[in-house]
Design a protein around this ligand. Structure first.
Ligand code: HEC
Length: 321
């Protein structure tokens, strides 16, 4: 029922007044019918009101209310209807009569209704029980913010890091100063799964034992990665590690432009330190198995492994804009 709009903000009041109005109309109609001698029997009046309220709650209310809440409202309205039909002894007798008539089977018609009931009720209950035990193959709706807003500061190994200002101490140029431009120029290029920069140049080959500065730290980060992270995040950093398929959500694929490439380095530092368990509320209800690495790695090791992930994927960390 969408032609009659629910007014935002007034919905609960609108709902109560609509229901109240319908009951009032119902009472007036009932009263008028009684006066003209064609009153609806109490039993059917009660059933009608109950069904009307249920239909109203199911099809009129938006957003839809869950069955459990409708069941509560249904019970409350059933209580109200019982109070109404049992207001006096005479009315109560009148209400009960059709039920007793069926149970006693006073006429052939009532007997056949009784037989039909005896067949239909067990079948309906059985069907209900059966369908409620059937496994469901629908995926649950899970709205998870993959990259929730980071906190302003994070405390790792007793030290507080202000994420907006802290810098990766290993992202340094030949003079040992923080220099993102210098290091960005030295990330690896990949093609067909191979690292493409000149492997004879120690500035580019992190596996060279003589490499120093930035590229030496990248190598150390690589060692940390292959000791700790590749089981999940994969040898190629593409999220296809040995264990990856056991998890939901699956481990992040760093080669995908949607992960570290669009994150600040300090965001990644925070994520690696705190893991899935450290995600704020909007990161749930998915249960991320990403471990809180502060429990296993030092601050320096975390910085190095983060830098390795950028180097290997060929992405630059996003800068604060
Ligand atoms: C047990 C499996 C597992 C291991 C081991 C693991 N991770 Fe993860 N990691 C995940 C999963 C699953 C996710 C995706 C869910 C999430 O964001 O928490 C993830 C997400 C991340 C993210 C967030 C990426 C994004 O886009 O927000 C980073 C960064 C990360 N991992 C780094 C690491 C590093 C570095 C290591 C090793 C020190 C590591 N991970 C080890 C399972 C793992």
């Amino acid at each position: 029922m969408t032609w009659l709009k629910l007014v935002e903000g007034y919905m609960p009041m609108q709902m109560i007044s609509e229901l109240g109005l319908s009951i009032l109309v119902f009472v007036l109609v009932n009263w008028a019918l009684h006066r003209s001698g064609m009153g609806i029997p109490k039993f059917w009046a009660g059933v009608g009101v109950f069904v009307f309220i249920q239909l109203y709650l199911k099809y009129r209310i938006y957003p839809p209310i869950p069955f459990s809440v409708r069941a509560i409202y249904g019970t409350v309205s059933a209580c109200g209807i019982f109070m109404w039909v049992s207001g006096s002894e005479k009315e109560w007798q009148e209400f009960k009569r059709p039920i007793l008539n069926v149970m006693d089977g006073i006429t052939n018609f009532h007997q056949s209704v009784r037989t039909a009931m005896l067949v239909v009720i067990p079948l309906a209950l059985g069907g209900f029980a059966y369908s409620s035990f059937l496994p469901s193959f629908e995926e649950p709706i899970e709205l998870r913010t993959v990259h929730p807003a980071p906190p302003a500061t994070t405390k790792v190994h007793g030290k507080t890091f202000v994420l907006q200002v802290v810098e990766n101490p290993y992202r340094v140029n030949a003079d040992g100063d923080y220099d993102q431009g210098y290091t960005d120029a030295r990330i690896v290029e990949q093609a067909m799964g191979r690292l493409m920069k000149d492997v004879n140049d120690p500035n580019y080959n992190p596996w060279d034992p003589n490499a120093d500065g930035y590229i030496k730290y990248v190598r150390e980060g690589g060692e940390i990665f292959f000791q700790n992270c590749h089981f999940c995040h994969g040898d190629n950093l593409n999220g296809r590690g040995l264990w990856a398929y056991a998890f939901n959500p699956i481990p992040a694929n760093f080669t995908d432009a949607g992960t570290i490439a669009q994150l600040q380095e300090t965001f990644v530092f925070w994520r690696v330190s705190k893991g899935g368990i450290g995600l704020p509320g909007e990161g749930f209800p998915w249960a991320s198995v990403m471990p809180p690495w502060e429990q296993h790695l030092t601050v320096d090791e975390i910085w190095k492994v983060v830098m390795f992930e950028y180097w290997h994927t060929g992405y630059y960390p996003r800068t604060w804009d």
